[in-house]
Design a protein around this ligand. Structure first.
Ligand code: UDP
Length: 481
């Protein structure tokens, strides 16, 4: 029952690389299925120009930019793209976006007071832009938060930032107050969570966002209902809101303008030449890299294991990320040996991740467990060897282990040497290769692939149904105004 809502939907996008894609995908789908909706994307001027350049020329999405000057907040001028701000600056950046309040309030005020068809409204925003709920209340507009994390990752993240401090004395393991069934270990907390005492700036910021989350009218989540029943159950328990998991079918991510494309042919030829489910795909996402010593051990372990691999590799932490890759960062002769033996391929540019995960030769994914990578791996039935590097990635890894879909090899904040050569060999041989010791993990991954593909059906799939329910609620809210 597709209705014909006339509402004007404002989608306020937090200016950061990882947030543009899911928000744009939401906007595009809304426009496709409900062409009668008017949709305006709002963000900082610089982010809006980035978005404009990625939209097709005939796009009917409206754009509205809010002025934002990073230098006013002591941030580098490039801060608006955010990608590699260190955490203290990241918090400054998060807080600075609260200064968009006045400009956003003006924008909404104008729409509400002009008598054209621009009102009524629904505001969809990011978890990081919680204050927008105050603007929504002021003008009696339906407010929705769109969470780009997973449900389990989000629930754990909220609980950890809400229940501070985490000064654990006699025990290293503790359970979450709201979810006693979830038992965490001290080693799963980042430095910032361990240091947060509830009064510092990160604590303030995140607690404020969690408070706002209790005031929003509904929550959209970039996840798949059937895949995340655990996390969705947790969120339902603590947030008294409609929660709609609307993760769309997989589509390739937007490539950052700063990265070079890799030649796909070499990758596909390599995969074509390998036996089914025998290749380990290794990537730490679009921004992260590991330490040099960790890189060395990983390389040694890969050579010692029985699998072949495709490794998306960047200069190690601390080196010039824009400089070229230096062979001295890897074991002596590594590159030549893997080439000669035809067991591995190093990828220095942007990899076609979806194509690699979808290839029959790919048998496992060594991943930092960024949420998109998790969804993409599961959508292709590929089990994960987890090496999470920070906050929600660690919780995503926890969830995969809990569900029997992953094995954790290391955690980013553990000692700088990372996993030993022996540990890499052990885990890799457990999950992948003709003699994989854990055959169940691959069977379960394929089960979830099928479940997720059903959820993505245009007719009756859960993601589409959730989106319909969301649009119906906007309609109802608009009608009741
Ligand atoms: N990605 C890709 N090629 C690369 C690196 C990343 O296609 O070489 C894509 C990947 O498919 C995913 C996104 O970039 O869609 C990374 O998102 P994720 O949430 O996994 O990690 P993040 O980069 O945000 O840490």
């Amino acid at each position: 029952s597709m209705e014909k809502p006339q509402a004007h939907v404002i989608i306020f996008i937090f200016p950061a690389q990882g947030h543009n894609s899911p928000f744009l995908s939401l906007a595009t789908r809304l426009h496709h299925y409900w062409p009668s909706l008017t949709i305006t994307l709002v963000s900082t001027a610089r982010n809006i120009s980035l978005i404009r350049s990625s939209l097709p020329p005939d796009s009917r999405l409206r754009l509205h930019s809010l002025p934002f000057y990073p230098a006013d907040h002591g941030l580098p001028a490039s801060a608006e793209s955010l990608a590699d701000l260190p955490v203290p600056q990241f918090i400054t950046f998060l807080k600075a976006t609260e200064t968009l309040y006045t400009a956003f309030d003006d924008f909404i005020c104008n729409l509400v007071s002009n008598a054209s068809n621009d009102a009524p409204l629904c505001i969809v925003t990011d978890f990081f832009l919680g204050w927008t709920v105050e603007v929504a209340r002021k003008y009696k507009v339906f407010h929705t938060t769109f969470l780009t994390m997973g449900a389990f990752g989000g629930a754990v993240f909220f609980s950890l930032w809400w229940n501070l401090p985490h000064t654990l004395t006699d025990s290293n393991s503790f359970s979450l107050p709201e979810y006693p069934e979830v038992v965490m270990d001290r080693s799963q907390l980042t430095k910032y969570l361990l240091e947060a005492d509830g009064t510092d700036e990160p604590s303030h910021f995140f607690k404020r966002q969690i408070m706002f989350l209790h005031e929003t009218d509904a929550l959209l989540i970039n996840t798949v209902e059937e895949f995340e029943s655990l996390g969705l159950g947790m969120l339902t328990k603590t947030l008294k809101l409609p929660i709609w998991p609307i993760c769309p079918p997989l589509a390739p991510a937007n490539q950052p303008s700063s990265s070079k494309s890799e030649d796909e042919t070499a990758i596909m030829t390599f995969l074509d030449s390998q036996p089914p489910e025998s290749v380990l795909y290794i990537s730490f996402g679009s921004q992260n890299t590991i330490q040099q010593e960790q890189m060395m051990h990983l390389a040694q372990g890969l050579e010692g294991s029985s699998c072949s691999f495709i490794w998306v590799i960047r200069p190690p932490i601390g080196s010039d990320l824009r400089g070229g890759f230096r062979d001295e960062w890897l074991p002596h002769g590594f590159k030549d040996r893997i080439k000669q033996k035809h067991i591995g391929l190093l990828v220095h540019g942007w990899a076609p991740q979806l194509k690699i995960l979808g290839h029959r030769s790919t048998g496992a994914f060594l991943s930092h467990c960024g949420w998109n990578s998790v969804l993409e791996s599961m959508g292709h039935g590929v089990p994960i060897i987890a090496w999470p590097l920070g906050s929600d990635q660690i919780f995503n890894s926890m969830m995969l282990i809990e569900m029997g879909l992953g094995v954790e090899l290391a955690r980013g904040m553990m000692e700088s040497s990372g996993p030993t050569k022996a540990k890499v060999e052990e885990v890799v041989d457990l999950v992948i290769g003709p003699d994989a010791k854990d055959m169940e993990i691959r069977r379960r991954a394929k089960e979830y692939r099928d479940v997720m593909n059903k959820a993505w059906d245009e007719e009756g799939g859960s993601s589409m149904e959730s989106l319909q329910q969301f649009v119906q609620s906007i309609n109802t809210a608009a009608a009741n105004q």
